[in-house]
Design a protein around this ligand. Sequence first.
Ligand code: ZN
Length: 505
Amino acid sequence: MEAKFQELKTRLMEVDDLSSAAGLLYWDQSTYMPPGGAAARARQTATLSRLAHEKFTALGIGKLLDALVPYEENLAYDSDEASLLRVTRREYERATKIPSEFMAEVTNHTSASYQVWTEARPANDFERVRPYLEKTLDYSREAANFFPGYEHIADPLIESSDYGMKATDVSRIFADLREELVPIARAITEQPPADDACLRKNFPEAQQFEFSMDVAQRFGYDLQRGRRDQTHHPFMTKFSLGDVRITTRSREDNLSDALFTTLHETGHALYEQGIRMELEGTPLAGGTSSGVHESQSRLWENIVGRSRGFWQCFYPKLQGIFPAQLSDVPLDEFYRAINKVERSLIRTDADEVTYNLHVMLRFDFELAMLEGNLEIRELPNAWRERFETDFGIVPRDDKDGVLQDVHWYFGLIGGSFQGYTLGNILGAQFFATALAAHPAIPSEIERGEFGTLHTWLKENLYQHGSKYTAPELIERATGTSLSIEPYIAYLRTKYGGLYDLGKAA
Ligand code: ZN
C-alpha cells in the first residue's frame, strides 16, 4: 500500500510539474514576452496543459485510487494522506467525466469567442458576439449534464470553483445579503459623494511601487519566495510553494490603483505562501475555493488596507513620499477618498458597498440563462432593467453593460461570479473570529504590526491548503457555518462613521 501511495504521489508531482510549467509560460506571456511570441506561446501552453490533463486522467491514476481505498479507510479523515486521496479522487472523477474531445471543442470555441469579444466590446456591438454567447450557453448546459443528479443545472459549474456550495445555498445567502445591502447603498448614494481629487494628482510610478511593496512585506509577503512584476490585468500565480508571484499595474494619475491591486494580490499570495511545505506538488497545495481565496485578498485589501487604523500608521509615511501632493491633505480627507461609495457602472471599479450588487446581478442572470428563463438576445435589455432597479442608473451602452466582463466570453456561463461576494462575506467572518481570539489586533494594526493576524490566518486557514472543503474550513476556523452577520456589522460600523445611514443604520 505504501508503495502504491508513493507511486500516486510521484505521478501527481509530474502533473504538477507540467501545469506549473504552463503557468510560468502564461506569467511570462503577461509580463515580458515580446508580441512576436504570441502564436507559438499559445501552442506551447496548450501542449503542456494537454499533457498535464492526459497524465492526470490516465487509467493508471484511477487504478491506484481504487487500489488505495482500503488504505484510506484506516487513515484519520484529517491526515494529509487521507485528504490527498479524497481530494485527488474528487478531482479525478470530475476530470474524467468530461470527455476530452468536448473540452477541446469548448476551448476552440471560447478562444474564438474571446477574440470576437475583444473587438465587439470597444465597438459596443453585442450583436457580433451574440451567436458565440448562444453557443457558449449550449456548451455550458452540456457540461453540466455530464454530472447528472444535480439539484440545479448550475450546481456542477458552481462546484468547479466553490466546491460544497449549491445554487440554492448561494441564492439564499445572496437574498439575505441583498435585503440588508440595498437600503445601506441607497442611503449612502443619496448623499453627496466623497471628494477623491487627492488621489488623482501626479504620483510617479517608482515611488508608488516602493510604498505598496513595503506594505506587502509588512503584511508578511516573503520576497525570498515571491516577486512582483507589471501587467495589464493583475493576478497572483504560483509555480511552487517557494515561488508565489504577484503582478500589478499602476497609473501615475491614480494613487489607489497600484496600491490596492498590490494589497489585493498580496492577500492571495499570503494564502498560497502559508500552505504547509509537506503538501507541495500535490492537489492539496492550493487554496480550497474561489470564495475562500477571495476572502483573503479582500481581507488584506479592504478590511485592513482601507481601515482608519492602518492609515493612522501609514499615512504619514505616504505623505513623506509624496509631500507635494499630500502634505496639505488631512488623514480624514484621504480616508474618505479611499472609501468613496458611488453608483458606478463597472464591477471592477466598484466600492465595498455596491460591489456585491454587481455580482448578484451576474449570478442571478447565470442561473436564469442556464434554466432557460433568460435568452441571450434578451440579455442587454434585462441588464439595463435590473441595473436601474438596483443602482438607480442605466448604462449608456452595452460596452459598459453586458459586454464589460470577460468571464462569459472566455469561459462557460455559470459559477464564475459568486466567489467574489462569498469572499467579501467570509473575509469579514474570518476577521471577526480572529479579533474575538486576539482583541489586540486593531491596536497592532495602528502600529503597523500584522503578525498576530497573519499567524491566526496561517494556523486556521492557510496551512491546510485544499485539505478541507470551504464549508469544512469555515466550520473549523469559526465554529459555525457561513454567516453574513459579521460582514453586515462591518459595513454598518465602518460606513456609519463615514455617512449618515438613516433608517438603514
Ligand atoms: Zn482576487
